[in-house]
Design a protein around this ligand. Structure first.
Ligand SMILES: Cc1cc2nc3c(=O)[nH]c(=O)nc-3n(C[C@H](O)[C@H](O)[C@H](O)COP(=O)(O)OP(=O)(O)OC[C@H]3O[C@@H](n4cnc5c(N)ncnc54)[C@H](O)[C@@H]3O)c2cc1C
Length: 285
């Protein structure tokens, strides 16, 4: 959002000796280390995943229609390509901090090879899960065909950067005269690509709540009016955040029963179009 504080309300006139005193709302849109949140004396609940998100801009071999986002869950964490234009995609690659730093400083061609490996290489599979999935596929007609993203041919110069990944949630989004939006209020793992959507939802809700409050005669920034924003967003954000955290945990283990359950869940979702549609709608916000 690139805004630390939005001052919602303007001075209308300052004329001669006249001084106008106006109530303002401070909106903390200043990210995970929010200064506004600190000033509101709100201490977030945090979990450090001990993972880094390596981002980069990469060029693809196919110059066709690059309109599909790809994600593969690897033992080290997910790797994802998000389309930017016909030939370029944005990369988000989860790794341990040491691996991420090594990939960031690797010569470009070595990095491209490692990235193609991440998407194309066959990793050893959990035998129990493979047997279960094979048995299931004999009962259901749909056969899962593995699909591949376009090959990566280059990484844009100086586009590689690493960010620590974690979970964070402010126990309260509002105080008298102040409200938090976006990552200042909540932080999720990028595996579901929902961080920005949650923030956009906050902004839409906050502007509506402020407009309604002023229209109903509340002083702007009144905490009771702002609490409506907090309630509405907690109801939306918390289930999504815990869903994403659950996925992060689910894909961080090699424990066979869990691997089996998650594979089963994916298979069921793949074979039940209405369920798949619900997940797709949620992901698109
Ligand atoms: C590796 C990685 C990959 C991600 N991928 C995705 C994705 O694919 N899809 C998705 O939806 N989300 C993704 N996210 C999450 C997404 O980036 C965040 O949810 C989103 O950027 C939050 O927006 P924001 O405006 O709240 O905070 P920020 O984007 O952090 O913006 C805060 C702004 O405030 C400024 N600021 C902070 N403090 C001050 C100060 N004291 N004075 C002046 N300025 C200040 C900062 O410079 C910054 O510009 C990803 C996150 C990471 C780490």
């Amino acid at each position: 959002m690139n805004l630390v504080v939005c001052w919602i309300m303007m001075v209308i006139a300052l004329n001669g000796n006249m001084i106008l005193h106006l109530r303002l709302v401070k909106v903390g849109a200043d990210g995970i280390n929010s200064l506004v949140r600190k000033r509101m004396n709100i201490e977030p609940f945090t979990i450090n995943y001990n993972q880094m998100g390596l981002v980069a801009t990469v060029e693809l071999s196919d110059s066709g229609d690059n309109s599909v986002a790809w994600q593969r869950f690897l033992p080290t964490g997910p790797v994802a390509l998000l389309p930017l234009n016909d030939t370029t995609s944005s990369l988000v690659w989860t790794h341990t901090p040491a691996q991420a730093k090594e990939l960031q400083s690797m010569p470009p061609q070595e990095f491209v090879d490692a990235l193609n490996d991440a998407f194309y290489k066959d990793y050893p599979k959990d035998t129990m899960t493979t047997n279960l999935m094979d048995t299931l596929s004999t009962f259901c007609s749909a056969k899962t065909i593995r699909q591949y993203p376009p090959a990566i041919v280059a990484v844009k110069d100086k586009s590689r950067a690493c960010f620590p990944l974690g979970f964070g949630h402010a126990p309260s989004y509002v105080a008298q005269g102040a409200a938090l939006v976006g990552d200042a209020a909540h932080r999720v793992h990028p595996l579901a690509g929902q961080g920005v959507n949650l923030g956009f939802g906050d902004v839409k809700c906050l502007t509506q709540v402020l407009a309604d409050a002023v229209y109903s005669g509340y002083p702007i920034g009144d905490k009771n009016a702002l609490l409506k924003y907090e309630r509405e967003r907690l109801m939306k954000n918390v289930p999504i955040m815990f869903g994403i955290h659950g996925l992060q945990q689910l894909y961080s283990t090699t424990f066979s029963p869990v691997v089996m359950l998650r594979s089963l869940g994916l298979q069921i979702t793949q074979n039940l179009p209405p369920l798949k549609k619900i997940f797709m709608q949620q992901a698109m916000g």
